[in-house]
Design a protein around this ligand. Structure first.
Ligand SMILES: [Zn+2]
Length: 192
């Protein structure tokens, strides 16, 4: 059995295109008809893949958090140390920059993957994003696959929807929608 990587429909073994959504099938979709969740409970490679993705996400989020923290310190600390007290408007700055993190984290992912096909966290974990059609990552594709990071609940729904579909174990729903897949380039396993 072969399932479309994009919409999860079962297609004929020899099909070149999905009869439901028209997506080119060959040469990628050759998995059995299990959902991502079923793979995740039984396959070490799937566990390894998602463990890497999870760690990479934590690294990236911490990185953005630390960068913002340093930025705030850099603007506030010098006048305080030099005895001038807190700079004018610091309350507005503090009050505004941390809520902005909600936008800064997805913005970082979108830009990094549009430019380099990976974030620093993905680089460290041996991951990179590739397009199914073989073209270079661009801003639109990166936006589509990362916009769910704007809210944790959206990201969880995106993950659950992707893993609940058949045909591909490594795609969030937004990866299917954007036509992307995250590849592991590292030979070593963190879960074995
Ligand atoms: Zn399809």
């Amino acid at each position: 059995m072969v399932f479309c990587w994009k919409c999860g429909t079962e297609v004929r073994e020899d099909a070149s295109f999905c009869q439901k959504c028209g997506t080119p099938i060959k040469p990628t979709a050759t998995l059995e008809g299990k959902t991502g969740f079923e793979f995740l409970t039984s396959e070490k490679t799937a566990q390894d893949h998602w463990a890497r993705r999870g760690i990479a996400y934590v690294i990236d989020s911490v990185l953005v958090g630390v960068a913002v923290f340093i930025l705030v310190l850099a603007t506030v600390l010098p006048p305080v140390v030099l005895g001038g007290g807190l700079p004018f408007g610091w309350g507005l700055w503090f009050g505004g920059i941390f809520p902005l993190m909600v936008l800064l984290i997805p913005a970082y992912f979108i830009l990094a993957e549009a430019l380099y096909a990976k974030t620093l966290g993905k680089h460290i974990m041996g991951l990179r994003v590739v397009r199914r059609d073989g073209k270079r990552m661009d801003l639109e594709t990166s936006f589509l696959r990362n916009i769910s990071k704007i809210h944790p609940i959206l990201l969880i729904l995106d993950l659950a929807a992707g893993l609940g579909m058949r045909g591909e174990v490594t795609q969030k729903f937004s990866d299917r929608y954007a036509g992307t897949v995250v590849e592991v380039s590292s030979q070593s396993r963190i879960i074995s």
